[in-house]
Design a protein around this ligand. Structure first.
Ligand SMILES: [Zn+2]
Length: 88
């Protein structure tokens, strides 16, 4: 059975479809071009999603999946923010 994709988002790393709550939303803010974690959906811009697990986050960072997806450079600050999410 196929998942109902209407409510699902695809992880930019493992390409699995998951519920939004299981993913971290990362957005390139269209006013500043800054890449930020956007879990409150309060920022508009090009977005991608990554699973909330160490494996996907580490692979995404290592293989620059976020940079490829958002066509922007990720900063050290973003990596720190992602690891902070994991520790929660
Ligand atoms: Zn994933």
């Amino acid at each position: 059975m196929k998942p109902d994709r209407k409510f699902l988002r695809q992880c930019a790393c493992c390409k699995e479809y998951k519920d939004k709550n299981e993913l971290i939303r990362i957005t390139k803010y269209n006013k500043t071009g800054e890449i930020i974690l956007n879990n409150n959906n309060d920022v508009t811009g090009r977005s991608c999603y990554i699973c909330k697990n160490a494996q996907c986050i580490e692979t995404a960072l290592k293989k620059k999946k976020i940079e490829l997806c958002l066509k922007a450079k990720t900063e050290e600050k973003l990596k720190e923010a992602l690891y902070t999410v994991l520790k929660k």
